[in-house]
Ligand binder design. Sequence first.
Ligand code: FAD
Ligand code: NAI
Length: 469
Amino acid sequence: PDLRKEFDVVVIGAGPGGYICAIRAAQLGLKVLCVDKRKEAGGTCLNVGCIPSKALLHATERLIEACTIFPKMGIQCGEVEVDLSTMMANKDRIVSETVKGVAFLFKKYQVTFRTGHATIKSPDCIDLDGEEVRTKRIVIATGSAPASLGGIDIDEKQIISSTGALKLPHVPRHLIVIGAGVIGLELGSVWRRLGADVTIVEFADHIAPGFDRDMSRQLARSLQKLGINFRLNTKVTQVEKRADGLIVRVTPSDAATGTEGEATLSCDTLLIATGRRPFAEGLGLEALDIKRDQRGHIIIDENFNTSCPGIYAIGDVVPGPMLAHKAEEEGYALANHLAGHPHHIRRDLIPGVIYTHPEVAMIGATEETLKAQNATYRVGTYPFMANGRARANCDTEGSVKILTCERTDTLLGIHIIGPSAGELIAEPALAMNFGASAEDIALSCHAHPTLSEAVKEAALAAFDRPLNL
Ligand code: FAD
Ligand code: NAI
């Protein structure tokens, strides 16, 4: 590609934030260059995040079904065996085909893509591996990286981040996971389903931070049934590498309990899943006086302006949930803004999903938040056990919980734990974007028999009473 011409926009990072921003800006007639130090576009999400993790979650969930539900349904498939290298190869194929899709879209919309490390020289110039590129505006979409845990070196073999956990060559004997957040729960599930003993050590007194506490409790019970062992209120104090594996020392995280409950655990693999940090190294931000918050996020205003005019930022590198669809919304909105079009993001309505079994999905406020705000609210719940389709599918674990304003019936938060929760949350998300009430959902005809009827019944329960319960 000819980099001598001046671009309207240079986007640094080709993850879901950057590539959506680049495509949308090109659709609106801007001349766009998108650069990434990875050979392939797609960022964390497509290469080492959402897509490979979901490929492994899907495959291993089918494994559990084949062992537990198929026989119940009268399908005998003999002894079920796992061929891990084929499972991994299938995941790698899915990733490589998906990233090719982004390259295809870049071509289709005439976005120039270049592999290389970008450094910002000034608001109208970047250095791309020694080559100067001129541009009218710069978008930083450099994403995030795993947060390190003091003194523990990740070698991606014995001590791994999510990236290592997506490509282990063998099933660990005992996998210890530090952190019961989304990564710990999803990748802990994958390796437990494949036969590893899995212990998840969590600092807090509950799993799945940020989700409604009822959902967190139900999920903990389900994952314990799968055989995952949780050590809550616990922190890791030391990790020692020995010839025959790792020694992990843990102690209660609550100082008041003193040294009682200290323990030494042994494992062959340790997954560090204690969060991710914004990634902006090597960009040259300091010289440009681009302000960052205490956690390292680049500070932006409502139009994605950083503190340096002409330079914008989106995605995991700015504050807010570190989610692919949040990065995409920002990329789309910023491209519209750069082309002079209006834009709008409902930051309070970004759904969150944990792709375990059962899945957990949420949008809007949790009950804990409403309590903290002294809000007067109503709760409507409905169990999948009472839903015909869930029963027909032999998949009845979980429930729907709808929180509404007591006075107006307006939807305030929806929490689903159960089959296809991640898909089911789309309806409440749309409803909340339109400012709908529980009655609006309850009085919309839902096809029978579908899992979505559980959402309708929970809405009925919130404003009146359910029918099938
Ligand atoms: P990224 O996707 O991180 O992309 C940033 C890109 O910038 C990278 O490719 C990097 O190489 C490039 N870059 C950085 N610095 C430079 C530089 N100086 N020059 C050139 N290029 C540079 N989110 C969900 O919503 N759903 C999920 O199911 C989900 N699953 C996940 C599973 C795992 C295991 C992980 C780790 C994350 C998951 N996420 C999920 C989070 C999701 O991946 C991120 O929120 C998303 O990728 C953020 O997009 P982004 O565009 O901001 O940054
Ligand atoms: P997280 O923030 O979701 O969870 C980290 C957990 O580790 C918390 O429960 C925290 O209390 C615990 N923790 C922190 N320090 C600890 C310590 N020293 N000892 C014990 N526990 C400790 O972070 P996670 O799971 O690493 O995920 C990173 C990001 O990736 C998240 O922001 C998430 O949004 C994104 N992601 C999203 C997915 C999805 O949408 N399905 C899937 C995977 C990742």
